[in-house]
Design a protein around this ligand. Structure first.
Ligand code: PLP
Length: 396
């Protein structure tokens, strides 16, 4: 026994957390939400959109339960939804995926990334991640002992520095993660930036994982470009998206991956291992949405959120918190240097105490020591709640 314990130098007991288990179990975002609930505040911290679910999606999911669609599905999802996703990729981006072999329904884009990373990356590999970043992307890599290598985007417009991108590539680099439109910055990568990423990926033979969960949340005529459409990129791009945001069903845990058939078998294997399949009846709801909602639905999603963006940006300006105006997604990063505190967590807590509006500390989206004067506000809220939050911010 002592021999076995000696091989675990970090512990003298077997009743111990794994090497990978984080010390701080509660994330700052969750902590803010708890504190916000305690004081009855307005939660602009968590990215939970509480806008209504499209009727057709709701009705089809309920009907599917009543019709008995309550058992396991094929590990990559029901045929109807895979066909609808393939049709959507063709309609929106001109990308052809075989619904039998190149589309996987996942338990959220989150599970899609997890399965893709398990299938394609090895411990010790390096993956480039743009900063500011969505924390799950980084934590998922770390949970597989894959090393995130950060490439900082330049404030205030979060412009990509192509030289910095290229300088970050080493012999161990296997992939680049692109989240566009991005959480938390609202950046929508331009065609020129995506071309630069694609050039680097082709030159160094890298995968690109694209998180496109906010693909329909684009403002001021900005255009979402799916990186897989660029020359030579379809084979090496793993496209991840989902229904959480577009259909306001974050709790349904329903997303998808589209990629070349070469990679799909292994991804399906790992998704099956953790989730077995995505929720069966809810897959019918999402399929009905994709099949029946007209193009105007998607333009309306963007138009509605653009108006919400105007409201929060104006309120933040009035409050002296300098917002960086997002071109997409539904968050605003604002400079909060005028609030007291050494860290962004302290600034967020001060703002919550003073106004009852919860935000997320900027440090959650950067390497340690960075983002300390930034706060993130989510504006995918019902108008009444957003207006109340704006009124409270203005009293600051
Ligand atoms: N990717 C990004 C960039 C997000 O911001 C979020 C949610 O906040 C997700 C993925 C989660 O997607 P899903 O609910 O499909 O797992």
């Amino acid at each position: 026994m002592s021999k076995t314990l000696a091989s675990h130098p970090h512990t003298t007991s077997r009743l111990a957390l794994s090497e990978l288990a984080p010390g701080a179990l509660q994330s700052e975002i969750r902590a803010m939400s708890t504190e916000c609930d305690r004081i009855g505040g307005i939660n602009l911290a968590q990215g939970i959109c509480d806008t209504p679910v499209p009727g057709v999606v709701e009705t089809a999911a309920i009907a599917a339960i009543l019709a008995g669609h309550n058992i396991y599905t094929r590990l990559d999802g029901i045929g109807r939804l895979r066909v609808a996703i393939a049709d959507k990729q063709l309609r929106d981006y001109g990308l052809r995926y075989d619904p039998e072999r190149e589309v996987m329904v996942a338990s959220g884009a989150t599970a899609g990334l997890h399965a893709a990373a398990m299938a394609l990356l090895n411990p010790g590999d390096e993956v480039l991640v743009f900063e500011p970043f969505y924390g799950y992307l980084v934590s998922t890599l770390k949970s597989m002992r894959v090393k995130p290598v950060f490439v900082a985007l330049a404030e205030p417009d979060w412009v990509l520095d192509t030289d910095a991108l290229r300088a970050a590539i080493t012999d161990r680099t296997r992939a680049i993660i692109v989240n566009t439109p991005a959480n938390p910055s609202g950046k929508v990568f331009t065609r020129a930036e995506l071309e630069a990423i694609a050039d680097a990926a082709r030159e160094h033979d890298l995968f690109v994982f694209t998180d496109e969960i906010y693909e329909y949340f684009v403002y001021d005529g900005a255009k979402h470009i799916c990186l897989a459409t660029l020359e030579g990129m379809r084979e090496r791009t793993i496209v991840m998206s989902g229904f959480s945001k577009t259909f306001s069903v974050t709790g349904w845990r329903l997303g998808y991956v589209t990629a070349d058939a070469k990679w799909m078998g292994a991804m399906g294997y790992f998704h099956d291992l953790t989730y077995v399949c995505a929720p069966s009846a809810l897959q019918h709801g999402a399929a009905a949405g994709l099949e029946q909602l007209p193009p105007e639905f998607y333009t309306q999603v963007a138009a509605d959120h653009q108006l919400k963006r105007e409201r929060i940006v104006a309120a933040l300006r009035d409050a002296g918190l300098e917002p960086s105006v997002p071109a997409g997604a539904y968050y605003v990063l604002a400079r909060a240097s005028r609030l007291p505190g050494e860290t962004s967590a302290q600034r967020a807590r001060h703002l919550l105490a003073e106004t009852g509006v919860a935000s997320v500390a900027g440090s959650a989206f950067f390497r340690p020591g960075r983002g300390e004067d930034l706060l993130r506000f989510c504006f995918a809220k019902k108008d009444a709640d957003l207006d109340e939050a704006c009124a409270r911010l203005r009293k600051l």
